[in-house]
Each structure stands twice: as structure tokens, then as C-alpha cells.
Ligand binder design. Structure first.
Ligand code: SF4
Ligand code: SF4
Length: 192
């Protein structure tokens, strides 16, 4: 059973310095979220905050509330634009909370399993691998890795030559000034 020290709300507090329990459900985060529209997020950011509150307030239902928050598509469809965090009158870092939900979902192997979320996770993993290997993002590595992981081999393929001609896709990765620091930061992200 989930204990108080392991609640998602506590993890959000530890990692963002702000408390989902301070949310008073005004709805401003959801109203300003560009991804909280039909066909995108399945649970609004406001509702996600409510689930985190419920997880703390009702220990007997904590596991179920945590499961609902972690398996929503919402954390993965969040674009990290910070509009919600900026608008929150209670100073809750909702965008930071979405980061925590993504990290915890992967750690606990409890995330949404829809095709689009799996594609986003494939991009997420390829992005981190590129940062680990090169100390920076190598666009061609990112594209190839994403396509191999998702099977979208020919999606947007026609754009490749034009991007190369404009210098947007480089055959060889550039060198990061401080690869080891980037690696340390990425490893910290992978093992929160
Ligand atoms: S950071 Fe995410 S949840 Fe917040 S407004 Fe932007 S897309 Fe929506
Ligand atoms: S804007 Fe802040 S207080 Fe309002 S619902 Fe969102 S998290 Fe809660």
C-alpha cells in the first residue's frame, strides 16, 4: 500500500518545492493549457491535481488515485509550456508535477499504453540516449532512433533532403563542451 512518504504529491513537493495540496481547484491551469482540448489530454491538469490531493486525503484509495494520475495520457501530452504554472494563483508548479508523473510512471512501469504515448516515450528515450552518447542532441541520431523504435520509417521522410540542404540535419554529431556534466544531469533524470 502507498505510504504517505511515497505519495506522488509528496514527490512533487520534494522535487518542485510546491504543493499540489495548495491547489483550490480554480481551473485556471486547465483553462490556459493548449493541450487540454478535445482529442488531446484525457484528464485536465486541474483534475490531475485533484487526484494527487485525493491520494493524500484518502489513504484507502491512494493506490487507485495514483494509478489514475500515472496512467493518464495527460503527463505525456503536456508540452511543458509552463502556462499552467505561470497562471496558478497558488504557486503550484503544475508543469513540474507533470515531469514527476512522467518520471514516476516510467520508474513504476505504470503509464498510459496508447500508441501516441508509446511514440512520445520512444522520442523521450531516444532524446536521452542521444544526450548521453553525444553530450548534446544529434538530430540524425534522434530521427533514426525514433523511427526504429516506432516503425514510422517513412513518416516525414520527404522533409529529410530539404532539412539537410538547409543544414538542419548533420551527418556527424557535434561535440559538447562538457559531455560529462550533461551525462550526470541525464543520469540524474533517469534515476530520480
Ligand atoms: S505545461 Fe503542460 S499542463 Fe501546463 S499548460 Fe503547458 S501543456 Fe498544459
Ligand atoms: S491554477 Fe493552481 S489552484 Fe487553480 S486549479 Fe490549477 S493548480 Fe489548482
Amino acid at each position: 500500500m502507498t505510504t504517505v512518504s511515497q505519495t506522488l504529491a509528496n514527490l512533487v513537493h520534494q522535487r518542485t518545492g510546491t504543493r499540489p495540496l495548495d491547489c483550490y481547484q480554480c481551473g485556471r491551469c486547465a483553462a490556459g493549457c493548449p493541450q487540454n482540448v478535445p482529442g488531446e489530454m484525457d484528464i485536465s491538469p486541474t483534475r490531475i491535481m485533484r487526484l494527487l490531493q485525493g491520494e493524500t486525503a484518502f489513504p484507502e484509495k491512494a493506490v487507485e488515485y495514483a494509478r489514475q494520475a500515472l496512467t493518464a495520457e495527460t503527463p505525456w501530452l503536456c508540452a511543458g509550456c509552463q502556462a499552467c504554472t505561470t497562471r496558478c494563483p497558488q504557486g503550484v508548479d503544475i508543469a513540474g508535477a507533470m515531469d514527476v508523473l512522467r518520471q514516476e510512471g516510467l520508474k513504476r512501469r505504470m503509464t498510459a499504453t496508447t500508441k501516441r504515448v508509446r511514440d512520445i516515450q520512444a522520442l523521450h528515450r531516444t532524446f536521452l540516449n542521444s544526450a548521453l552518447r553525444h553530450g548534446r542532441i544529434h538530430e540524425l541520431f534522434l530521427v533514426i532512433g525514433y523511427k526504429l523504435r516506432t516503425g514510422h520509417l517513412f513518416q516525414d521522410a520527404a522533409l529529410g533532403p530539404a532539412m539537410m540542404a538547409k543544414g538542419k540535419l548533420h551527418l556527424l554529431p557535434g561535440k559538447s563542451a562538457d559531455t560529462s556534466r550533461v551525462k550526470t544531469a541525464v543520469e540524474r533524470l533517469k534515476t530520480p
